[in-house]
Design a protein. Structure first.
Length: 423
């Protein structure tokens, strides 16, 4: 059920700027950066750039892998293409204030009423024409969404304090530049955000952008000092290292994932490591590498349990004091791009996103102990694209066995389409 690739206009591929022109189903043509293309269109672009896929089928590659392939041809000469198709009238956004959704709905309703009255007077099939109008309005809505969607620049490369330019792979969170800037200055960062907001991905992308190694450990109430400092084996007295030790000694980014779910007593072990030039390990004192930085990912600010995260604990103030703290909110643009990268048809993906975000607002307004993260959006898109019905997808990704009164609050005012999306 994956969506078809958009048509890449012949002669429009610009390898210097990493852009090309694509033609939408209604005939409109727009210039798009390669980073904004979906998987199917990236596959088409790679072939147009002269790339030959070997080994794994192209549809089995991730969006990030396909972007890397295409960007490897940046600045290259594009193989000769066929003649450019006849010019199509370009539908450009008008320089007028955006119309809110409610006004748009009222206008569409008024248009339908006027046409319906006219059709009844001449005996034409009103329902058939209504369906044609709805189809046209939906196509125009999708195109308008493409034209007016958030124009926040997508980070594709960064310039480090040393002047070195490095590429950034994949879709980046809106807070990524701030985290990168702070880590590049040697600051330890504590990222607080809801589950699925993208904290782990941000940490990984920061390490890649800086060109350093990345290690990560998930912490819980059973974590011990040995998970941080390592230990000597009883049988041979040889030291067993850890991810933290490797990054502390040899440099790189170390992620303390779920730090607010750990035993706070063991975290005091980190205090000297994060502030001092050396730390004692079972096999002796080790100097801290100048490029070692720690990033903590948490669902809270370290003050203890909340309604949504009842298993979180209060973290010692001395540990928290070692970190600069940032709030990682759900980036809806990133969420949208990730849903589209699943290959789902754009209109189906947008409809599912509307359902998820409406449920998220309901959860917030009712103060429910329910998490509606971008994982629900992405996972639901995969289910819908695999043939599951709308209701099955809602049950599996949003309701998850909630009691009836809770489910009613989550879905208040949300219309769930019947059946499954049409391929």
């Amino acid at each position: 059920m994956a969506g078809k690739a958009l048509v890449i206009v012949a002669g429009s591929i610009n390898t210097a700027l990493a852009t090309c022109e694509v033609q939408y189903p209604n005939g409109a043509i727009y210039s798009r950066g390669w980073h904004a293309l979906d998987k199917n269109t990236l596959i088409s672009l790679a072939k147009r750039l002269g790339h030959t896929f070997t080994g794994k089928p192209p549809m089995h590659l991730t969006l990030s892998e396909l972007q890397t392939i295409c960007f490897s041809y940046r600045g290259a000469t594009v193989p000769p293409e066929v003649e450019r198709p006849p010019a199509v009238e370009r539908m450009l956004p008008r320089q007028t204030p955006p119309v809110v959704a409610n006004n748009a709905d009222r206008v569409a309703s008024a248009v339908r009423d006027v046409i319906s009255d006219a059709l009844r007077s001449v005996g034409i099939d009103e329902d058939a024409v209504k369906r044609l109008i709805d189809t046209a309005l939906e196509a125009e809505r999708i195109l308008t969404h493409e034209m007016i969607k958030d124009t926040r620049p997508i980070v594709t490369q960064v310039v480090l304090p040393t002047g070195v330019v490095r590429p950034v792979e994949g879709i980046t969170h809106e807070i990524f530049p701030k985290v990168l800037k702070a880590v590049a200055r040697g600051q330890h960062i504590w990222m607080t955000g809801s589950a699925g907001a993208g904290k782990t991905t941000i940490a990984e992308q920061v390490a890649k952008a800086l060109g350093v190694e990345f290690s990560s450990d998930s912490y819980n109430s059973q974590s011990s000092k040995a998970d941080i400092k390592g230990y000597k084996s009883v049988s041979d007295n040889l030291y067993q290292s850890t991810g933290f030790r490797e990054r502390f000694e040899h440099g790189g980014v170390y992620l303390l994932d779920e730090i607010d779910a750990s035993n706070p007593n063991i975290l005091t072990t980190l205090n000297s490591a994060l502030s001092n030039a050396s730390m004692g390990f079972p096999d002796g004192m080790v100097k801290r590498h100048p490029k070692f930085v720690a990033i903590a990912a948490a669902n809270t600010w370290g003050n203890g349990a909340t309604a949504e995260h009842v298993g979180r604990v209060a973290i010692d103030g001395a540990t928290i004091d070692r970190f600069a703290m940032l709030h990682v909110k759900i980036d809806e643009r990133m969420e949208t791009e990730l849903v589209r990268s699943t290959g789902i048809r754009m209109d189906v993906g947008d409809q599912w996103l509307n359902i998820v975000r409406s449920a998220r607002r309901n959860v917030d307004s009712h103060g429910l102990k329910v998490i509606v993260s971008p994982r629900a959006s992405i996972g639901g898109a995969h289910l819908l694209d695999s043939g599951f019905t709308w209701q099955e997808t809602v049950d599996m990704r949003l309701l998850k066995g909630s009691k009836t009164e809770v489910a009613n609050k989550i879905m208040a005012g949300i219309a769930v389409p019947s059946g499954a999306p049409i391929a």
